[in-house]
Ligand binder design. Structure first.
Ligand code: AMP
Ligand code: GLY
Length: 425
């Protein structure tokens, strides 16, 4: 197996695949130092798709699994197909569900998939006119990929004007904001729902909840995600069925009908509103940091399920999830999600992992001689699996408390809102 990527999600994938009974050896490109225990690292830049395909051919890799969205949007699945190499992940045409928010919105309208009401606009005046249709807060979204930062929620006319400047004058998102969605702001509980598909069959992945804001109590800017727990608890079996029936299956069927057969992970970010689940976004890959808590609960052979999906012969029921609760607490660098401070020495990971049930996935780390130092905004994913959410949360914070680097930031309330909802004091 070859895992493409270098973050916490990819470390969790390497960890889970290395534990799949059908797998002998795992490689990672470019990987990170934490993966070295389970995988051989290939020094290939993640963006060099030809070099990845060359390595997969040379090493006779059975299956390449792609972590991040950028290589998928750039057509790595198409390249591997033309070279007769097996890869799990959607083609560029299928990955448009994530790579173009305008495509995704219009796709939802064509197929009756419930989503926030929105207008597609291309200049500042059109944004103002469209925003007048909704009441504040209003959501503005750059069409293209923006590393999770292309969504602006504006609460006042002044914030709207500032956003217009960012999108169309400062061009903070470049061509990704040539088209913009102006969207109603949905209120409710946000959940992540992921499924494996081979273009026809759908295998749901354990549910999860992602904490997107930087600060406790959901304060501060949006981030890639500061923590997660699995299951989500907000998703009752009924809601799960309705998301499968109203969002996931119609998407897989609609993509097949439009000649964009979707083989890969389909990730739906949803708001559970009073009127039912509404789609916020699609991603064409696993969520980060959802994957880190979800995969701690994996039971069974993930590698063979992904290989079957890549071949178009996914068998429903081929992966299962144990009853434990998984928690992930992200340790981020000072400055994240803006310019993170890098190069600080990280200590205490072994002490954290000495606690039974703790696995620390690396996200933004590198070796400087024999010192492990921070090398990205999100530095580590501290994960636990335990019998209850309260046990898993408590253990995750005990473990995180043993890890040190200068300027480390973590939320202190991962799982707390869910525990309060359960009546925990
Ligand atoms: P996205 O990049 O589309 O996932 O959006 C980032 C985050 O913005 C989401 O996870 C939500 O928290 C929030 N968001 C996006 N769209 C909406 C919406 N229509 N209403 C409320 N919040 C939204
Ligand atoms: N955690 C959200 C994402 O992976 O997009």
């Amino acid at each position: 197996m070859l895992v493409l990527g270098a973050g916490g999600r990819e470390h969790a994938l390497v960890w889970a695949l290395a534990r799949s009974p059908s797998v002998d050896r795992v490689w990672a490109a470019p990987g990170n130092p934490g993966m070295a225990a389970d995988a051989e690292l290939l020094p290939i830049p993640a963006g060099d798709l030809e070099a990845v395909a060359d390595a997969a051919a040379r090493l006779e890799i059975d299956l390449t699994v792609v972590g991040p969205e950028a290589p998928l949007a750039a057509g790595i699945a198409d390249l591997f197909a033309t070279r007769g190499l097996r890869l799990f992940g959607p083609t560029a045409a299928a990955a448009e569900l994530e790579a173009s928010k305008v495509f995704a919105k219009q796709f939802c309208l064509r197929h009756g998939i419930p989503t926030a009401d929105a207008a597609v606009v291309g200049d500042a005046d059109a944004v103002r006119r469209a925003a007048a249709r909704f009441s504040f807060p209003v959501v503005l979204k750059a069409d293209g990929l923006a590393a999770g930062k292309g969504v602006l929620i504006v609460h006042t006319p002044a914030e709207l004007e500032a956003a217009v400047v960012e999108l169309f004058e400062a061009r903070r998102f470049g061509a990704a904001a040539d088209r913009v969605l102006v969207e109603e702001c949905l209120i409710g509980t946000e959940v992540s729902f992921m499924a494996i598909s081979d273009g026809r069959a759908v295998e749901p992945i354990a549910t999860s909840h992602d904490y997107k804001r930087l600060g406790d109590g959901d304060a501060g800017p949006n981030t890639g995600g500061m923590g997660s727990h699995s299951p989500s608890f907000a998703l009752t079996p009924e809601l799960r069925e309705s998301i499968l029936a109203d969002v996931i299956r119609p998407t897989i069927e609609g993509m097949a009908a439009e000649g964009r057969s979707y083989r890969g992970i389909l990730y739906a970010g949803l708001m559970l509103t009073d009127a039912g689940p509404r789609l916020l976004e699609f991603n064409c890959r696993l969520g980060d940091p959802e994957t880190q808590s979800v995969l701690r609960r994996l039971d069974g052979d993930l590698a063979s399920a992904l290989a079957a999906a890549a071949d178009g012969r996914l068998e429903p029921g081929s992966v299962s999830w144990d009853e434990r609760v998984g928690v992930c607490v992200v340790m981020a660098a000072e400055g994240y999600p803006g310019d993170p401070r890098l190069g600080d020495e990280i200590t205490g990971i072994a002490d954290a992992e000495a606690l039974p049930g703790v696995v620390v996935f690396h996200a933004g780390t590198r070796l400087d001689g024999d010192r492990l130092v921070s090398a990205g905004g999100r530095v580590l994913s501290v994960t636990t699996a335990a019998a209850s959410l309260s046990d898993a949360v408590e253990l995750a914070y005990r473990a995180a408390g043993r890890i040190h680097f200068a300027g480390a930031h973590r939320r202190l309330d991962i799982g707390v809102d869910t525990l309060e909802g359960m009546g925990w004091q």
